[in-house]
Design a protein around this ligand. Sequence first.
Ligand code: NAP
Length: 250
Amino acid sequence: MSRELTGKVAFVTGGGSGIGEATSIAFADEGASVVIVDFDLAGAERVAATIVSKGGLAQAIKADVSDDASIGDAISQTIAKFGRLDIAVNNAGIGGDMAPTGDQSVSGWRKVMGVNLDGVFYSMRHEIPAMLKSGGGSIINMASILGAVGFANSAGYVTAKHGVVGLTKNAAIEYATQGIRVNAIGPGFINTPLLSALPADSLAGIASLHPMNRLGQSREVADLVVFLASEKASFITGSYYPVDGGYLAR
Ligand code: NAP
């Protein structure tokens, strides 16, 4: 059976955990070589080992997306190892401080913007030239349902994710005739380590905000990422796709 991404090279930030881990494994299952980039090198190496144990090709790289030079170096390492870049998933993210806007600290705001918005821009400014040299590609930015609506006590996170959707649209327009498609995904609340700080009763409350009355699973997001990365999505660019159990339909 032919696989969707045979011969492609994919770059996944935050690939050592949660949605990025599921995406990296799904890419490898479809035949891509996968570069797993994470602040947490042990997590990235664990995911790379899982892929290699199944006969795939993978490379773990430690990098910080909030540092332009660090992510630029990760792209250089990717080209040195695999010679090209076809797919990039800008997924690394943090939750950010929970406080009403008037009580948000400047340092908390800067931190979440630095990873969740600046990090996507820094990644794209290194990925795009590499993709142009490779003849085009697909960029998928991990926004959130909170890229479309607000969520009390999360001003920095919500602002950064709305920004990711805008950045996605802009780059899509700029590169549409040069073979690079750029899309964003808006997951609802997904059962990953990102939510592990929350107590069980608040998780049940969060699950009930989704009409399906449950949290999503990382694989349910990864399946959409694989579709957008593949040639099946050849006429899709500049869009934002929720995968949210109906959250935004309310
Ligand atoms: P996760 O399990 O915490 O995984 C995120 C990974 O990114 C972690 O390995 C983390 O490393 C890494 N990371 C954090 N800051 C980084 C940086 N500056 N540079 C490089 N890597 C960094 O989170 P997830 O739930 O899979 O989230 C992935 C993405 O989906 C995020 O952008 C998040 O905002 C978005 N999202 C998640 C949900 C959800 O409910 N889970 C919903 C909507 C959108 P450390 O562990 O060392 O921090």
